[in-house]
Design a protein around this ligand. Sequence first.
Ligand code: ADP
Length: 443
Amino acid sequence: MKNTMESYFKNIDERELLYQANKIAVMIQEGNYLSSIEKQIGLISILEEKSSEENFRILILDNNGVVMLDTNSSAVGKTFLMPEVLLSLDGKSSSTYYKEQGCLYASSYIEDPFSHKKGVVLLVSSFENSELLIDGVSQKWFMLTIFISIIIGIFVFFASEIVITPLKKILKSINEITDGQLHQRVKINGNNEISQLGEAFNAMTEKLEQIDTSRQEFVSNVSHELKTPLSSIKVLSDSILLQEDIPSEMYIEFLQDINSEIDRMTEIVNNLLALVKLDYREAGLNISETDLNKMLDDILKRLAPLAEQKNISLSKEYLKNVIVEADEMKFSLAISNLIENAIKYTNPEGSVKVTLDCDHQNAFINVTDTGIGINEEEQTKIFNRFYRVDKTRDRETGGTGLGLSITHSTVILHKGSIKVSSKEGEGSTFIVRIPIKFADKPE
Ligand code: ADP
């Protein structure tokens, strides 16, 4: 900035000095001041006045470069053949800045028409004043720069505190989560990226806590579910062991009971394994084009004897022929669970109906029964693992509370959804949606 100011002021001063040199040359020319000694004496007083007014030194040189007049008097008689003088003797005006001396020189030529004498006006001006001004401004600028730097420094310090403090909080909570303390929440005020990060962090820890709780619930549910058949087996086997001379029919009866408890445990364990596989996508989906109409026919055929046992009418209505991309085994099991439930939770003489329809994107499988229904509060829970509406009755019907969880996970894996609408005492409808590959109207 100092350099820019220096060259700016230097240009202005040079131009001004040159202007003054030309003005003085014209004045000498017009006044014919070089023609006689008397006129020259008059000229010197005019120049001295001008010099003290404008604060520059004026020298008048003859056509040999010898100083005739000098407002400082010191150089009279000396020869100055500096480049500016030589240029002006050639009829040109010029100006130069001499940095080492801190001086500006400007020269202009004089051509006295009457005396035919030539000469040069040489003005010398110190650049000191401008330099003092530039130094003053530079100093102020320097102070201002330091002041601004301090302000920026303080601002950056506080700004980084605003950013770093919440990040430190989050980091501390992450470390505590790593140590197993999942109940971590951070409180970050404001509405910026950092507070959004805090909110995302809180949502994540909440999810982690939920997963941890459901894991614990799952383990305790599994233990509880397995404990019941195990204690029955224990009671049954104890009674055989403690009694002497038991009749063989009783043996058989007890062993049959033990056998059915073992079957129940096996069913629970098999269902759990199926769920774990669905959860971890361990097995992966064996996707193929699946004809939903044929799949439903197969399921209905297989479950028909179960419905017959209870005198339940099992009907179907296919509004479209639908092909989907699915893991036929898993998807068939999922739908089978729904129809089996519909039969299981419908009183004898009732009815169960399966409908298949689709729009241009999705197929819809509805399983409707005239069964016992599910109240509204329970409807949100029935897809949870081990959830059973009536535990005592379910033990009679042989339910494990895992069927709907398996159905739910399978449908989600197939990018579909499942919903239930039901009224207690009137019946239920389960609606499964799954994306279609193609569909047409049945013949
Ligand atoms: P379960 O093996 O006990 O049938 P599910 O997960 O298949 O387990 O079902 C969970 C619970 O939802 C059942 O115990 C039952 O109370 C209720 N439920 C499921 N389907 C029906 C239905 N069609 N009608 C009435 N209740 C049902």
